[in-house]
Design a protein around this ligand. Structure first.
Ligand SMILES: Nc1ncnc2c1ncn2[C@@H]1O[C@H](COP(=O)(O)OP(=O)(O)OP(=O)(O)O)[C@@H](O)[C@H]1O
Ligand SMILES: [Mg+2]
Length: 322
């Protein structure tokens, strides 16, 4: 449903989006992740046709966004980052006006507005001036707007930002329920949000696409075997000497003791599960294991490790070619 080919955007000398290609199929919910300034919003704006790319192209529902902009846009419900609303209209009036703009037939408008008001839970502010609505409600009005013409593709730029916890849960559930018959791309900084509602993650960092794959793989491929917390009936020096020799171990950290023995956090190399190797290493050195627990690496840690690895690689490149 969405095809981005080599999308690039330069603002003067700065490259905001650098040769980004991806494909989103019908019925997928894809999460766009990345730190501030990564290029998420810029990419979304190019896909919606609101910002012409410097290079590359985007297709939505089979329409070339640059050539058939109106047809492409008609297929998209877009919640922009700084959701611009008419302050002087009442919420209900605004949605009716937007429905007319989006070509919802007159006889279906009232029913459609009522439906999106219910979906986005903005019924209690329906008669209020938009200018008098709180930030969270404005966000929900933007979501209602994006859903008005029931477009097959939804592009939601940080849909849960500014919402109270109850509304975050509601909005995530709504997005999940829409996934059955819509294609959804959302951007967020909240990694658990991606785990909760997305099947696939795209990670952008400094305008480059660093990762495109299933959310479940993200944790596994980045975190590897994770880390293991280990307590040994041994001195810290004996323990460290033994653990460091086990295959697949990337690092050994000493932890403050908690009761008897020495405690360690053993970090596995990416892709390795070191628990068996640790058992055999300790058995070989005749150091009894008092406790062993796998510690899964959070998605936050995985994400940080990915973006810092990329930065290190860039720094290395720079040093080689000054
Ligand atoms: N109109 C513009 N003119 C100049 N630079 C811009 C413009 N819009 C975006 N940029 C720059 O492009 C880069 C990417 O910005 P973008 O808004 O796409 O990031 P983002 O991933 O959405 O970040 P955030 O998480 O903060 O929303 C940033 O360095 C930003 O300063
Ligand atoms: Mg943004």
């Amino acid at each position: 449903m969405i095809e981005a080919r080599h999308l690039t955007k330069r603002f003067g000398p700065a490259t905001a989006v650098d040769d980004v290609s991806f494909h989103v199929g019908r019925g997928e919910v894809v999460g766009f992740l990345g730190p501030n300034g990564a290029g998420k919003s810029t990419t979304m704006r190019m896909v919606t046709g609101f910002l012409p790319p410097t290079g590359g192209e985007a297709l939505v529902a089979g329409y070339d966004v640059a050539e058939e902009t109106l047809a492409a846009r008609a297929a998209i419900g877009y919640l922009p980052e700084n959701n611009p609303l008419y302050e002087d209209l009442r919420v209900g009036e605004y949605l009716e006006f937007r429905a007319a703009l989006k070509g919802v037939p007159r006889r279906r408008r009232a029913a459609r507005v009522a439906a999106v008001v219910e979906m986005a839970e903005v019924g209690d502010v329906r008669g209020r001036l938009i200018g008098a609505c709180s930030k969270g409600y404005r966000q929900r009005i933007g979501l209602a707007d994006a859903l008005l013409s029931d477009p097959p593709v939804l592009l939601l730029d940080e849909p849960t930002v500014g919402l109270d916890p109850g509304q975050v849960v509601h909005t995530r559930a709504l997005i999940k329920s829409l996934a059955a018959d819509h294609t959804v791309v959302l951007s967020t900084h909240i990694l658990p949000e991606v785990e909760a509602i997305c099947s696939r993650a795209l990670i952008l960092h400094r305008g480059r696409l660093l990762y495109d794959g299933p959310v479940a793989e993200l944790r596994r491929s980045l975190a590897g075997g994770g880390a293991v917390i280990l307590t040994l009936a041994a001195t810290a020096a004996e323990g460290r000497a033994c653990l460091e020799t086990a295959p697949g171990v990337a690092a050994v950290e000493e932890l403050p003791p908690d009761g008897g023995g020495s405690r360690f956090r053993v970090v596995a190399a990416p892709g390795a599960d070191v628990r068996e190797a640790l058992f055999w290493a300790c058995a070989g050195a005749r150091l009894p294991i008092l406790e062993m627990a796998a510690q899964s690496v959070s998605l936050e840690e995985a994400f940080l490790s990915l973006t810092t690895q990329e930065e290190l690689a860039r720094d290395a490149e720079r040093e080689v070619a000054p």
